[in-house]
Ligand binder design. Structure first.
Ligand SMILES: [Zn+2]
Ligand SMILES: [Zn+2]
Length: 278
């Protein structure tokens, strides 16, 4: 079993890259990809840990792309994580994140919540600050009963605490990954929330024209019928298939590395095919 979608505390995961690799090994996985949001800061440490614990580690990233109303994430695999141009390109996104977080605090304060940015920074520790940290603080302070409730009431798109942030257009996200020698993959196509299969196919054709190489067909939140549709489209357009859990450690409850919500099972063959397409 493998897992091609996981987050470390270089973004909003709970485990350090080394802990993540160690945990994958304990779970009996043979390969994982580290795909932190908008950063490759955890990649070197994960690669080193991979050697130490004899686990295949795939360098990766997950870039948020502009997609009106809904969520489009583009995964990238096998970029040269030391490529300075790539690092410069994505640093724009980290800056956008950093500017967004204090604005979320202001929104929450305006709603009458007693919350300070320092509390969020403390919760995040050394990693990138993200909405899961806000959710945790809201939970700890008793404003919500679960972190999910924190997202629903305050933090998700459209909720009163939400702040939008700069994102790349899909074309730019894909082109940055390609320029650094990486393979761009559409993450969890279900979050595009396309109304029909034809709409989804239209979006995927656009992404292919920018250079998309794969689709994340296996994912914790995909139903069997969704997965089937994504595989069908991948076959039709000669894209490879990937799969992963979107593991964040205890920051996102109910999703485990490798098995996702219990039924996920991504075969090594997927990684083999991805590597052959390089
Ligand atoms: Zn995602
Ligand atoms: Zn993710």
């Amino acid at each position: 079993m493998i897992d091609l979608h996981s987050h470390s505390n270089a973004s909003d995961g709970a485990l350090s890259p080394t802990e993540l690799v160690k945990y994958a090994r304990e779970k009996g996985l043979v390969a994982i990809a580290i795909t932190d949001h908008d950063t490759v800061e955890g990649v070197e440490e994960a690669l080193t840990a991979g050697k130490e614990f004899a686990l295949e580690v795939v360098p990766g990233i997950e870039i948020s792309a502009e997609f009106p109303e809904e969520t489009m994430h583009i995964l990238g695999y096998y970029m040269d994580s030391k490529d300075q141009k790539f690092i410069d390109n994505i640093s724009v996104l980290q800056k956008a994140r950093a500017e967004r977080n204090p604005r979320i605090v202001k929104n929450l304060q305006k709603l009458g919540l007693n919350i300070e940015y320092d509390e969020i920074l403390k919760e995040a520790g050394s990693g990138q600050v993200g909405r899961p940290h806000f959710a945790k603080v809201l939970l700890n302070k008793g404003y919500v009963k679960t972190t999910q409730q924190a997202f629903n009431r305050y933090l998700k798109k459209g909720a009163p605490g939400y702040e939008d942030k700069f994102r790349f257009q899909p074309e730019a996200a894909i082109s940055h990954i390609l320029s650094a020698g990486g393979l761009p993959v559409l993450a969890h196509p279900a979050t595009l929330r396309c109304k029909t299969e034809d709409d989804l196919e239209t979006e995927i054709k656009k992404l292919i024209s920018y250079g998309l190489k794969g689709i994340e067909a296996y994912y914790s939140d995909h139903t069997n019928s969704q997965t089937e549709v994504y595989i069908k489209l991948a076959d039709k357009y000669g894209l490879f298939i990937t799969g992963g859990s979107d593991f964040h450690g205890h920051n996102v409850k109910g999703i485990d590395l490798g098995t996702g919500k219990g039924k996920l099972d991504v075969p090594y063959e997927f990684l083999q095919k991805m590597k052959e397409s390089r």
